[in-house]
Design a protein around this ligand. Sequence first.
Ligand SMILES: CC(C)(COP(=O)(O)OP(=O)(O)OC[C@H]1O[C@@H](n2cnc3c(N)ncnc32)[C@H](O)[C@@H]1OP(=O)(O)O)[C@@H](O)C(=O)NCCC(=O)NCCS
Length: 222
Amino acid sequence: MEEAKPTAPKAPVEVTLRKFELSDVDAMMAWASDPKVAAACRWDPYESTEPLLAFIRDVVLPHPWFRAICISVADGEDPRPVGAVSVSPTGDTCRFELGYVLARAHWGKGVATAAVKRTVAAVFGEVEGLQRVEALVDVANPASQRVLEKAGFTREAVLRKYMLKKGAVLDMVMFSFIDTDPVPDCPSDSLRRCKSVVEYIYLYIGVCIKSPVISELYLNSD
Ligand SMILES: CC(C)(COP(=O)(O)OP(=O)(O)OC[C@H]1O[C@@H](n2cnc3c(N)ncnc32)[C@H](O)[C@@H]1OP(=O)(O)O)[C@@H](O)C(=O)NCCC(=O)NCCS
């Protein structure tokens, strides 16, 4: 999946995530029917909306963590889906696998990176027992590898002849993000590990004690 590296300057795009609905089928068709998008994925491009509707109904809606990547396409317009991000169960309950895809019209604007950052900032607090999110990327997909690097994932290894995709055996790069890793540029990051109000209170007290004013009060208290 070699694409020319975009050179245009990037305007910041506000990215939000939400659950899919059946009515998103036409929006999803924009990327699901695109052969250039599907080339990087395990599925073949969709040729009509009926099988895609069945996919949303049977796979997406019951999935434990499958979200629409939404942006406002025009000024003042409500955000709408331009891609998808999922975190799927593996054989181990502590470890889920990340996947993402974006409509070609929105590539090169930082949208996938923002979506992956939002995903890891949210998913550890939402999936019980989750400690590791991993992502497997084709060695020939540098854009996707870059997304993961920018989102704070660790590149662990190249797994040689690891995946059979559309008849080809591929070398894949293994990336991971664990529950204690920081999300780059994410102000709410430290809160995502607070699994209870009690933990939040401890965090708040800890921050106060570290603040110079409160520390001064403590040091001069006797
Ligand atoms: C991979 C994909 C999700 C990237 O989405 P995106 O929103 O364009 O990604 P971002 O803009 O957040 O970041 C892309 C980065 O890759 C870089 N990049 C793009 N093409 C590149 C190339 N050919 N070589 C090297 N870097 C490249 C961009 O410059 C950018 O990095 P930078 O910000 O440091 O300049 C999108 O291209 C896509 O949906 N592809 C098809 C499906 C797919 O590959 N899914 C992932 C399967 S593992």
